[in-house]
Design a protein around this ligand. Structure first.
Ligand code: ZN
Length: 537
């Protein structure tokens, strides 16, 4: 998971009633002396960057145990004030003048890539925020806070009916917001497309329908054939006790091996692992240590290190600008899953790292071979919980959520109260398992309680793009020889050139084009899964 500062709650502080007009029609005529003012924009974006870093730092301190519990209200107030300042800047006259400046520069053919990147990022956010009446956005944000509390209660009691009315209201608000967006000129093929675009610009129902059709056709039968060979893989060592000290030593070894620069980043502990960044020189990740679930931390660290290497390799040119971050959730997730799954769960990796691994784990796994480690960390079997799912079943969990979200927004007859039944039927159809209760079924994820719909597909877009990256990389050099030799300079250099260095200056579509000339194509993911799991029984 990659944490970013989102301004979704900022509208609470938006006291102005704003109109829905897209601003591109305004400010047509540039001021003649506008070129001379670009230094002012630099200072303006410096302030946006500094405020964002400050908020990130306050959250980091909260999430990693730095803040005493009694400080929560003071802290919330501090973050609110900084958030409000950021919101004001993003919707300010200065921002409008910046849009006007860049539009004029584009017309003259003089806009720089950084200016165009900033323009694309901020006008998108501006238009999305400004087309919703402030009082409705405020009500939605407050509802989301209440909905999270109701979701927690419903999950504790395993009773979806407690949460259902709040979920329905959140959906109704989002449906209304999609209409406001359409009125303002942000028109999409289907209502759900608008939400997908929030997290993965350019992603559509059309692309994802085709993607999930491939998954349904190929992964569902592949899973059935894999699980029929169940029980032959040795897994007794997966739950062996590993002390916190050893787990942290392994984490550090793994981060350094994969190419994490510890001079520009740190590792800490938190309840749920995440990565966060205050620019390329300050990238932080966390892990969660459970003595009897060592491999959970191991692959969590590999995952977050993937996010971190992306941030650390962003070009210095973008330093201290709002573009010094990843291009989208899906692209970010492709980097974390590349290191966690494509590399971290490969046989060449376990062969390469085996001796160091045995040494750093101080004898705990002495009786286990590299091949046994590789096989055990790739055991695929259907399960109920997404975040515990293996690499093969993971996309099926996302498919269930995608189909339900699509129904909620594109089929007005579907109501929140119908969802547990739909959920359970889809789990049975795709994974062959049915939740015994709502807590291990429809209530397991918090995303919908935040009012976030359209987010889940980013996870699997990341997995799919990671497989596509591997395919292109394999054409360029012997990836597996590099992995076996633990030569991550070659791999990271390749990724930095095509993905990392561009930060958020390029859109996801432009990143796909940098990597693979055909753009995003899910066929590589299906091929990758078939190649890996098809020969595994
Ligand atoms: Zn992640």
């Amino acid at each position: 998971m990659m944490k970013k500062v989102f301004s979704i709650l900022l509208a609470i502080f938006l006291l102005l009633t704003v109109s829905c007009a897209i601003r591109q029609d305004e400010f047509r005529t540039p001021e003649p002396d506008m070129q001379e003012t670009y230094d002012d924009f630099d200072a303006f974006f410096d302030k946006i960057t500094a405020l964002t870093h400050a908020i990130t730092m306050f959250y980091w301190d909260m999430d990693t145990g730095g803040m005493p519990p009694g400080a929560i209200e003071t802290r919330a107030r501090v973050i609110s004030v900084l958030d409000a300042e950021l919101f004001e800047m993003k919707t300010s006259e200065t921002m409008l003048t910046f849009f006007q400046y860049v539009e004029a520069a584009i017309e003259r053919g003089e806009a720089t890539d950084i200016q165009m990147g900033l323009y694309r990022e901020f006008i998108r956010e501006y238009n999305r925020l400004m087309c919703i009446p402030a009082d409705e956005y405020k009500a939605f944000s407050e509802l989301a806070v209440l909905a999270v509390a109701k979701w927690e209660e419903a999950k504790d009691k395993s009773d979806f009916s407690i949460f259902a009315p709040y979920l329905q209201q959140l959906v109704d608000y989002q449906r209304k917001f999609i209409i406001y967006r359409a009125d303002a000129g942000m028109v999409y093929d289907t209502p759900y497309d608008a939400l997908l675009d929030d997290y993965e610009p350019g992603m559509t129902v059309e692309i994802l329908d085709a993607f999930f059709a491939e998954i349904r056709e190929n992964v569902v039968p592949l899973l059935q054939s894999v699980t029929s060979g169940e029980g032959v893989i040795r897994d007794d060592f997966l739950t062996r006790e590993v002390s916190e000290e050893i787990q942290l030593n392994v984490a550090k070894m793994l981060m350094e091996t994969l190419g994490f620069d510890l001079n520009r980043g740190i590792l800490a502990q938190s309840a749920h692992p995440f990565a966060t960044s205050m620019g390329r020189n300050d990238v932080r990740i966390t892990t969660h240590i459970n003595p009897n679930d060592f491999f959970d931390s191991f692959f969590g660290v590999a995952h977050e290190t993937g996010h971190a290497i992306y941030e650390q390799n962003i070009s210095e040119r973008l330093g201290f600008t709002p573009l010094e971050t990843g291009s989208s959730m899906g692209i970010h997730e492709s980097q974390s899953r590349f290191f966690e799954n494509v590399i971290g769960r490969s046989l060449p990796f376990w062969e390469g790292i085996y001796d160091v691994f045995i040494r750093v784990t101080e004898g705990i796994f002495d009786d286990v071979s590299a091949l046994e480690l590789y096989a055990a960390v790739n055991i695929a079997k259907p399960s109920l919980i997404r975040i515990q799912a293996d690499e093969l079943t993971y996309p099926l969990h996302i498919m269930v959520r995608y189909e339900i979200e699509k129904m909620l927004f594109n089929d007005p007859d579907v109501k929140a109260e119908d969802l547990p039944e739909i959920w359970n039927a889809k789990m049975q159809e795709y994974l062959g398992v049915t939740p015994a209760n709502d807590a291990e079924g429809i209530l397991q994820d918090i995303h919908w309680a935040f009012g976030e719909f359209g987010y889940f597909p980013s996870y699997v877009i990341g997995s799919a793009f990671a497989a596509q990256i591997l395919d292109v990389m394999e054409n360029d050099f012997d990836v597996w020889a590099s992995v076996r030799a633990l030569d991550f300079e070659t791999i990271n250099g390749w990724l930095a050139e095509r993905v990392h260095k561009h930060g958020a200056m390029l859109s996801p579509g432009e990143i796909y084009a940098q990597v693979a000339y055909e753009g995003f194509n899910p066929k590589y993911y299906v091929e990758y899964l078939t190649r890996k799991f098809g020969g595994m029984q």
